[in-house]
Design a protein around this ligand. Structure first.
Ligand SMILES: Cc1cc2nc3c(=O)[nH]c(=O)nc-3n(C[C@H](O)[C@H](O)[C@H](O)COP(=O)(O)OP(=O)(O)OC[C@H]3O[C@@H](n4cnc5c(N)ncnc54)[C@H](O)[C@@H]3O)c2cc1C
Length: 305
């Protein structure tokens, strides 16, 4: 983390709550499920599909995890009721992974089974490195019984090449992203160009391996490489999709949709927006950097909304 990034990250806790809300507003559908439904409906009209993320990761007790499970089921029911083109994204720490792996596994199975019965896909987000093994292990097991789930791999992790190989053997779908957490150099590439190169390398392996890939990035250089690989390897349209976060580079999103590519938008919502936003700002100095630019841009009137 550079000195400027660190300074921005360290100043996050003193940013007043209303300012954090304003800054993060474009990245979050709102506090309520109704707002998420409206956002997804608008995205569907634009030709995008979605995945809904209910904010709030930490679980202090079994009761918290049970509440989260109930809330996830409500999201699935609501997607169904409104006939939205959307799946859900879940975090295993929200289902009790920090408390007890078996409890989490049972909760994850319950939501995947529930979504399976309603024809909906459940993407299991990848969190920080203490949870990588358990997360991939749980997805492997779930996938054997339910085809409607898949994992996320992070291009900054040194281990990801091995994980790619295992995923190809197992056959489940992968969202490939750079990775958002601040991991130590012993286990993660820290150099921007190396992470990019590794992303291209892993994507190449995944596409050749024939698994369904969610190409999750806003980095146009990587998107160009993805388009090149799709062309050169003659990857059929039902083997990949692009994925972007709500509120990020909507112009690039339209360019991909207009070119006929499937594009999924990650739509976070929920009352835990403050914790989520500040944690993200602190965890990822890059986002802190974008936010700083955004604040300066809105002060100088250069940011279009
Ligand atoms: C659909 C989706 C799901 C994800 N799921 C996970 C996950 O499960 N686990 C995980 O560790 N990470 C996840 N991520 C985050 C990911 O790992 C990266 O941290 C994030 O996407 C930024 O990397 P980038 O590839 O877009 O490249 P960057 O080089 O970081 O960004 C490329 C360009 O995109 C723009 N941009 C990117 N992010 C923002 C932003 N927040 N605000 C404004 N502009 C921005 C900037 O213009 C930047 O120049 C996910 C990302 C996406 C798109």
């Amino acid at each position: 983390m550079g000195i400027v990034d660190r300074a921005i990250a360290n100043s996050v806790p003193v940013i007043p709550r209303p300012i954090v809300k304003r800054i993060s507003g474009r990245y979050i559908a709102g506090d309520t499920l109704d707002e998420a439904v409206k956002t997804v409906r608008d995205l569907n009209r634009e030709g995008c599909v979605a995945t809904i993320d209910l904010l709030g990761e930490s679980t202090e007790s079994k009761a918290d995890a049970a509440r989260k499970l109930k809330d996830y089921k409500k999201v699935v029911d609501t997607i169904d009721e409104h006939d939205l083109k959307s799946g859900i994204s879940i975090k295993l720490t929200g289902l009790g992974l920090t408390l007890n792996e078996e409890l989490c596994r049972a909760n994850a199975e319950e939501i995947v089974e529930y979504a399976d019965a309603r024809g909906r896909f459940v993407r299991v987000d990848m969190e920080d490195s203490p949870y990588t093994d358990a997360t991939l292990g749980i997805v492997h097991d779930l996938y054997r019984r339910h085809g409607n789930t898949g994992a996320v791999l992070q291009a900054y992790m040194r281990r990801s090449l091995d994980d790619v190989q295992n995923v190809i053997d197992a056959g489940f779908s992968v969202r490939l992203c750079k990775g958002i957490y601040d991991e130590p150099r012993s286990i993660a590439y820290k150099d921007f160009a190396t992470v990019r190169q590794n992303y291209i390398f892993l994507l190449d392996e995944l596409l050749k391996g024939g698994v369904y890939v969610g190409i999750a990035t806003h980095d146009e250089f990587l998107i160009w490489h993805a388009l090149r690989l799709i062309h050169q390897l003659e990857v059929p349209a039902d083997r990949y999709e692009f994925q972007m976060l709500l509120g990020v580079d909507e112009e690039l999103r339209s360019i991909l949709v207009d070119a006929g590519h499937k594009l999924r938008v990650y739509v976070p919502y929920g009352e835990d927006w403050y914790e989520y936003s500040t944690r993200r700002l602190k965890e990822n100095p890059k986002i802190a950097g974008y936010v700083a630019k955004d604040v300066i841009g809105s002060i100088t009137g250069k940011v279009k909304r």
